[in-house]
Write a protein that binds this ligand. Structure first.
Ligand code: BT5
Length: 282
């Protein structure tokens, strides 16, 4: 398949289509877009500013892990939200919101699910917010708090756009190109992503029920046999049976107990009906 050249981001085009965003900076290379936006938040940046980069030299994952991709082959996007009036206990849901926005972008503009697409892989979320395409990790999300009161949250999203198989940093990763996407124009993808993020953030604040219903419908973890590595050590194996309104995952464990999990790394072992659901690791 032929790929679009790894051309620079078009900052002016990006700004032109995003009236709801106060400020969108496009840079070719930076350390970490999350670090950039956190710094801007500390300097007083307002709600809805974003930084989009073609390359990060110190991209961050959760728990001090790193996020890597070859220059120009991915999108690194970080956005600042100051969701006034949202209580601290509800802020964690913003990371689910970000996952939904990426799935919207994949469904709406990449062409991977078009009728004439070659593969039409399944797209959805591995709890809480890894975006899986054909069972492999397309995108990682890291939400960091620049401040809790008043809330200022940095939503960081890394999407693999046209990495080749030999460029994938880990074997369970994938890219839009590998999944057969017909649109690999990173400016258009970034615009669609920020647009979806704006819409989903407002849905989160004003129509929580619909947001959670969409999340449950998009979460591939539900109904799947899972292994959860818990943050403090230890693990939980069982069937993922529910997602609570506060975003917790409920696992029906092998001892017959329902246990609610707030955070952890999930592996999909196999679908509960016996079908293969992929083994998507961290
Ligand atoms: C994440 O962490 O998945 C969150 C990644 C967030 C990255 C974005 S990019 C924009 C913003 N600026 C930043 O500095 N960060 C955010 P975690 O669940 O901990 O997964 C990290 C693990 O994913 C690594 O340890 C690798 O195993 C794997 N990994 C690294 N790069 C990857 C890639 N490009 N695609 C898929 N997996 C990757």
């Amino acid at each position: 398949m032929t790929h679009d050249p790894r051309s620079p981001l078009d900052a002016a085009a990006l700004r032109a289509v995003l009236p709801r965003w106060r400020r969108v900076l496009a840079v070719e290379s930076t350390g970490s877009t999350n670090a950039d936006v956190t710094r801007m938040a500390a300097e007083g940046a307002l709600d809805r500013i974003a930084v989009v980069a073609s390359e990060q030299t110190a991209g961050r994952g959760r728990l001090s892990r790193s996020w890597t991709a070859p220059a120009g082959a991915s999108l690194a996007v970080s956005a600042l939200f100051r969701p006034e009036g949202v209580p601290a206990e509800d802020l964690g849901l913003l990371s689910l919101v970000a996952g939904l926005a990426v799935v919207d972008m994949v469904r709406d503009v990449t062409g991977v699910l078009d009728d004439d697409a070659v593969a039409r892989p399944e797209v959805g979320l591995k709890w809480p917010n890894d975006v899986l395409l054909g069972g492999r990790k397309l995108c990682g999300i890291l939400v960091e708090a620049a401040s809790i009161a008043p809330p200022a949250l940095v939503v960081g999203i890394g999407v693999n756009v046209d990495l080749r198989e030999d460029e994938l940093p880990v074997p369970h990763a994938t890219s839009l190109a590998l999944a057969g996407a017909s649109n690999l124009d990173r400016t258009k993808l970034a615009a669609a992503l920020l647009d979806a993020l704006d819409r989903r953030e407002r849905q989160w604040r004003f129509d929580r029920e619909a947001m959670m219903a969409d999340y449950r419908a998009t979460c591939l973890t539900l109904g799947t046999r899972v292994r959860v590595e818990l943050p403090g050590g230890g693990e939980l194996v069982g069937e993922a049976v529910d997602i609570l309104d506060d975003g917790e995952l409920v696992v029906h464990d092998d001892a017959g107990e329902n246990r609610a999990v707030t955070a952890g790394d999930v592996r999909h072992l196999r679908a509960v009906d016996g079908g293969y659901a992929g083994e998507a690791a961290k």
